[in-house]
Design a protein around this ligand. Structure first.
Ligand code: FMN
Length: 156
């Protein structure tokens, strides 16, 4: 089983969450390619069994780069494959309080008939640039361990 973890980041917080997810999945014996979204030139569903996608929440939604990347996720190739989505958010943003990049990503991937394995992970940062709130890395590891279990169940 091989998956791809793709993230966007401006200040490095979303990258840390992506790295933690990738490392934890690898520790569970799952093969992972980890990419900054800017480095994904071509994406083929044939190469991967599942997708994990993450973005900083910007103005209540995903970044432009992640929105563009979603255009490369072709339903014909990814249909029925599992996915999980995560974001980072700064809860001090009073506008767009309920909005989440990860929820929006999930909607788009469900529209492509992909299979959401877990509720989204929303990691909190302190201030616009971070750092991550204390405990978020541990919470991310727990999330990724649960994801690994779900992926293995799917595989049977
Ligand atoms: C232009 C801009 C808009 C933002 N809008 C939101 C928002 O609507 N809601 C939110 O919770 N955080 C918002 N944030 C905070 C970002 O989510 C935070 O900067 C990001 O999670 C940091 O991730 P990164 O270090 O990977 O770039 C915004 C930040 C910037 C710079």
């Amino acid at each position: 089983m091989k998956g791809i973890v793709v993230y966007d980041t401006s200040y490095g917080n979303t990258k840390k969450i992506a790295e933690t997810i990738a490392e934890t999945l690898k520790e569970s014996g799952i093969e992972i390619d980890l990419f900054d979204v800017k480095d994904v030139k071509k994406l083929s569903g044939k190469d991967y069994n599942f997708l994990v996608l993450g973005s900083p929440t910007k103005f209540g939604t995903m970044s432009f780069a992640i929105r563009f990347f979603l255009g490369k996720v072709k339903s014909e190739e990814w249909m029925n494959k599992p996915f999980a989505a995560f974001d980072t958010e700064n809860p001090e943003n009073l506008e767009n309080k309920e909005a989440s990049a990860a929820e929006k990503i999930s909607e788009k991937l469900r529209d492509k008939k992909m299979n959401q394995l877990l509720p989204v992970l929303k990691a909190l940062v302190l201030g616009q640039k971070g750092p991550l709130k204390e405990g978020e890395i541990e919470r991310t590891k727990d999330y990724a361990r649960e994801l690994a279990i779900k992926l293995k169940e799917k595989k049977g």
